[in-house]
Design a protein around this ligand. Structure first.
Ligand SMILES: NC(=O)c1ccc[n+]([C@@H]2O[C@H](COP(=O)([O-])OP(=O)(O)OC[C@H]3O[C@@H](n4cnc5c(N)ncnc54)[C@H](O)[C@@H]3O)[C@@H](O)[C@H]2O)c1
Length: 382
């Protein structure tokens, strides 16, 4: 079959640059479609570093100025894998150049920036998507299916946590390569935009709009050496963030994220309690979905663990992988996202989260940070 090329230009070659490159290489093998991804160019500021990356992953060329990459006629899709403070500028230039855009999360530094980005892609009518990849872990997609089938009944509670422990050392600097997440000028916020953004995206996808929030944040280490200035500077990001809220469907929200939970590296968990069923999921055991089905006859009623590996069409995405019982990992959530992006192009029905979908997460992030500052309940802007 002769396939239509989908020529990708990737900006940034760090953690996400690798995760996305892997997905682009896998997608054509496991999710064949009318399109064939072509790794056209990789871009980063340092040619000596980006060249070996491009060679390792099979990119045809390199650029050291993202503006040049965006202007190239032989690029169809711009993939933004840079720190958050560059998302808007690159996306606006890419939209103006008529490129499709895949942008890493969070969409922007705040909702005002996000709105400008939404306006730009909608005006330019370019396909767009944000890499909230956890939606596409098969067990999480199965949770969505169970909710859509109405199996949970009325939902009362949604609780989520994202726990890490890598910034506890007070002599860890802020800013620059690898540490931009601690620098508010590059990251916008701390664990809220970095980690809770994922929890919020999954939550609004599974459980609908979040209307009001009340939040508390803490910055445990108040000053850190800044790698770029060489000076000790105030830390402006949130190290920990805890918020509660109310969803439009009446259920109560309970969210927590921190980089100070000793022993936890990336423990993203959620639990949803409905009248007829509860479900829970843990990133450390990502191919399992735990369910408690109250409709089961009482003598057999129990929490059970679904191994989400059935390839008979019942478990999302799994018909494209191995045989039942064999799990897939974190990396495949990105492959599934590329496959769905291409499906959106081929069916004419864009697959979410689009920039507009991701703006809602940005509005919630603004509301929780406003609430932490004012110490008051805040209504999420619509
Ligand atoms: N979807 C997810 O699960 C997930 C996970 C991690 C990070 N992210 C997001 O991905 C983005 C990148 O994070 P990361 O962990 O890959 O960071 P990283 O530090 O590993 O990589 C960032 C890359 O951006 C490059 N870069 C910085 N400034 C640049 C410029 N002016 N021009 C070109 N390249 C530039 C750096 O050289 C580096 O290659 C962030 O927005 C982050 O929030 C998402």
């Amino acid at each position: 079959m002769s396939r239509k090329p989908l020529r990708v230009g990737m900006i940034g070659y760090g953690f996400m640059g690798r995760a996305h490159s892997n997905a682009y290489k896998q997608v054509g093998q496991f999710f064949p479609s009318e399109h064939q991804v072509v790794l056209k160019a990789a871009c980063a500021r340092n040619a000596d570093l980006v060249k070996p990356f491009a060679e390792q992953w099979g990119y045809e060329s390199v650029e050291t100025d993202w503006r040049k990459l965006v202007e190239r006629k032989d690029i169809d899709v711009v993939d933004i894998c840079t720190p958050n403070n560059l998302h808007k500028e690159i996306a606006l230039a890419a939209a103006a150049a008529g490129k499709m855009i895949l942008c890493e999360k969070p969409l922007a530094m705040n909702a005002a920036e996000g709105q400008v980005m939404v306006d730009a892609v909608e005006k330019a009518k370019v396909a767009n998507m944000v890499w909230y990849n956890y939606r596409r872990i098969p067990a999480v997609s199965l949770a969505k299916k169970l909710i859509e089938e109405g199996r949970l009944g009325k939902i009362f509670h949604y609780r989520a946590k994202f726990l890490q422990d890598w910034t506890i050392k007070s002599d860890l600097p802020q800013g620059g390569q690898g540490l931009w997440r601690l620098d508010a000028a590059a990251a916008g916020s701390g664990v809220s935009g970095d980690l809770l953004a994922h929890c919020i995206d999954t939550a609004i996808w599974l459980n609908g709009r979040l209307d009001t929030v009340c939040c508390m944040t803490e910055t445990f280490v108040k000053e850190r050496m800044h790698t770029l200035t060489g000076k000790v500077e105030k830390v402006e990001i949130d190290d920990a963030c805890i918020f509660m809220g109310k969803f439009a469907n009446g259920s109560l929200a309970n969210f927590e994220s921190t980089r100070y939970a000793r022993g936890h590296k990336a423990q993203y968990t959620f639990e949803i309690n409905g009248e007829d069923m509860s479900i829970s999921w843990d990133l450390h055991d990502l191919h399992r979905l735990q369910i408690f089905d109250y409709k089961t006859e009482s003598k057999l009623r129990a929490w059970s663990s679904i191994h989400v590996t059935d390839n008979g069409g019942e478990h999302p995405y799994m018909d494209k992988w191995w045989v039942p019982g064999l799990a897939v990992g974190y990396d495949t959530s990105f492959t599934h996202q590329v496959a769905d992006f291409i499906k959106g192009l081929e069916t004419g029905t864009p697959q979410g989260p689009t920039f507009r979908d991701a703006l809602e997460t940005q509005q919630i992030l603004d509301a929780i940070l406003d609430s932490a500052k004012s110490q008051k309940w805040v209504t999420v802007a619509k």
